[in-house]
Structures are given as C-alpha cells and as structure tokens.
Design a protein around this ligand. Structure first.
Ligand code: MRU
Length: 347
C-alpha cells in the first residue's frame, strides 16, 4: 500500500471500509449500506482518524438521504435529520465528523428530486479535497525539516486515517522523499496500537526506515537518539491552538520540549474549531475500560479492576512550535495568530 491508497471505497452503492481493527494481520472490507452501519463502524474503530471519519460520515449522509427519499419522497429532508444526528454523535472529539455532516447538509437546499447523485458527488469531493489538502500540508511541513533528520510520530495519521497520503505521515512521506528524514520512530500508541499496527505497516509498504518504541520509551528516545521533531496530527484545534490528539501526544510533546526537539501539528482547516476557545472546552472521548484491562481478548489486569481511559489528550499551544495546514504554517500558535491565519484563509 502506498500513501495514494486509503481504507474507504464506494462500491456498488455502499461504503466499504478496510477494517482497521484487523490490520495488518488481515485485510477485510466491511460493507456499510445504511447510515446506522456507518455510525457503528466509526464508533467501533473500523474506520478511525479524524479526516477519514469525516469522509466516512459524508458517505453515511448519502446513505441516510437515499433511505429517507425512498421512505418519504420529497419530504426526505425531515426524515434524514435523525440519521445525521446519529452519525455526528458517533465519536465526540474529532471535529471533522461534525464538519463533514454540516458540509453535506449545506448541499440540501440546492437539491431537487433524488438527493443521491448530488450528495454522492459532494462526498467524493470531500475525499478528493482531503487528498489535495494532504499534499499541500506535506509540502509546507517538509520544508521545516532539516535534511537527514530523525523524527517521532504518534498514532496513525497516514493514508488509513485520511483520504490518502496522510497529515503528519504525509509530511513524513514527502520529507523522506526529499532526503530530509533518515529515520522515523513510531510509538505503539496503546491501547489500540495504531502506531504498531497501522503506521508501521504504512511505513513498511513505502520502504521508509523506521523503528518501533513502546509509549513509555518516548522521553528516553528524545534523550538518547535525539529525534529533532515530534510530528503529529490533530482531532480538534481550539481557537488558542490547544490541540486534542491521541492520548500520549501531550506526554510526547513535553518530552520533546524538555530535550530541545520541536513539535509539529499537521491538520487541515476542517480540524480547526474557532468556536472552542481553549483546550479545557474540548470534549475528550472516554472509552470502555476493557480496552485497557484486556489485550487481544486476554485479561491483563485483575478482575474488576477500575480504569480511566481517555483516548485523547490536549497539548497546550505553548508546547507547539508549528501548526501546518493546507494554507501554510502557523508558528508559535496563539489566539491572535490563529485568528489572523483563519481570516486570511477565508474561514
Ligand atoms: O482514535 P483514533 O485512532 O481515531 O485517533 C486518531 C488520532 O488521534 C489521529 O492522530 C488524528 O485523528 C489525526 S489523523 C490524520
């Protein structure tokens, strides 16, 4: 698989998702023929990564509108509302999900007759735009990296997490092709192991030199092997630049800062949430404790042991050196710089 490929396809009138829970051991496509099936797939981590769940949600709106039109004809706009709410609520932290549902709903007014062709074109456009955006971000981000650098990335932000190429992993792909990256470190990313299973797999497919580390090795990695950048994606960027991303990002950013390495966040404009003033207002998804107390179906903690399982954390803007998006780079982000940047970008 290369960065040009991703884990979603529209096939014979339904959304098919490469089941990311099984990768890299098994490649199995799951067919979603209803909005509820798409919402379940997002909630259950069949598809994950902020841009990818936004794209899946857009196709879910197509399926919702098709069902509503079959049921209620020209009153389909009323019948579709419930499904839109179910899709938007599937996961709370990644703002791309609500963004995609809103963007699809923004097309409703112009539709006469069967909504499916117009909405399908809109969903495909969101996906195409995401790929273009990722290549633009990759060029901006790569330019910040000195030739021959070592970098650390967290979670999976590659082709599987997006429409293709990736956000943080897109920067890494492009920077490696330009000779700027000599080695990538990937942390495991407990508990779903997006780093060990997905990022490692994508890097291996592309032949990019990389090594895996346990999450707990990150500070020691910065101390000993001296990667110069931590490069991560984002699920939501507040107005002041505080950034929600996979749990462990904050820890890695603290370790990077303590050792003189820099922190790059790579995310499209759709991940910015100017309505949320700062990180304390971001809803952080909590998932079942069994994700921590079991591993591959085996209990690894005593029976009935309690757990706290927030699956994202918020890295304060003060720890971030650069936010890279399709319109360029925001260095040392704060409320004023982000507001000026978004205004110039037309948001
Ligand atoms: O729980 P996940 O796997 O959906 O979390 C994914 C992340 O945190 C990614 O870093 C983020 O969505 C950016 S993906 C391009």
């Amino acid at each position: 698989m290369s960065g040009a490929v991703c884990g979603l396809r529209w096939q014979d009138g339904a959304l098919e998702l490469l089941d990311q829970r099984l990768l890299p051991a098994k490649q199995r496509w799951l067919r979603c023929a209803s909005a509820a099936a798409v919402a379940d797939a997002i909630r259950d981590m069949v598809v994950r990564g902020a841009p990818a769940i936004g794209i899946a949600a857009a196709y879910g709106v197509v399926l919702a509108a098709r069902a509503a039109y079959a049921q209620r004809g020209s009153d389909w706009r009323v019948a579709v509302v419930h499904d839109l709410e179910i899709i938007a609520a599937a996961r709370p932290t990644a703002v791309n999900l609500a963004w995609a549902v809103q963007r699809m709903a923004g097309c409703f007014a112009q539709i006469a007759g069967d909504p499916e062709p117009v909405l399908l074109a809109a969903a495909c456009a969101i996906r195409e735009q995401d790929i273009t955006t990722n290549h633009a971000m990759a060029a901006h981000g790569a330019a910040l990296i000195d030739p021959g650098s070592r970098v650390l990335t967290h979670c999976n932000t590659g082709a599987l997490a997006t429409g293709g190429h990736g956000t943080a992993l897109g920067v890494i792909r492009t920077a490696h092709a330009q000779g700027r990256i000599s080695e990538v470190f990937v942390d495991e990313t407990r508990p779903w192991l997006q780093g060990a299973r997905l990022t490692a797999w994508e890097l291996q497919q592309d032949g990019i030199p990389a090594r895996l580390v346990v999450d707990g090795a990150v500070a020691w990695l910065f101390a000993r092997l001296r990667p110069t950048w931590l490069i991560v994606g984002a699920d939501r960027i507040a107005a002041n630049g505080d950034t929600a991303n996979k749990i462990g990002t904050y820890t890695a950013a603290l370790a990077a800062r303590a050792h003189g390495a820099r922190v790059m966040v790579v995310a499209p404009l759709s991940t910015f949430d100017p309505a949320t003033p700062g990180g304390e207002a971001i809803e952080v998804e909590q998932r079942p404790k069994q994700e921590l107390t079991c591993l591959a179906g085996q209990a690894i903690a005593p029976d009935d042991f309690a757990a706290w399982n927030p699956v994202f954390d918020v890295t304060p803007a003060t720890l971030i050196d650069a936010i890279v998006c399709e319109h360029g780079v925001i260095e040392q982000p704060d409320t004023a710089r982000i507001a000026a940047f978004l205004a110039a970008a037309g948001r």
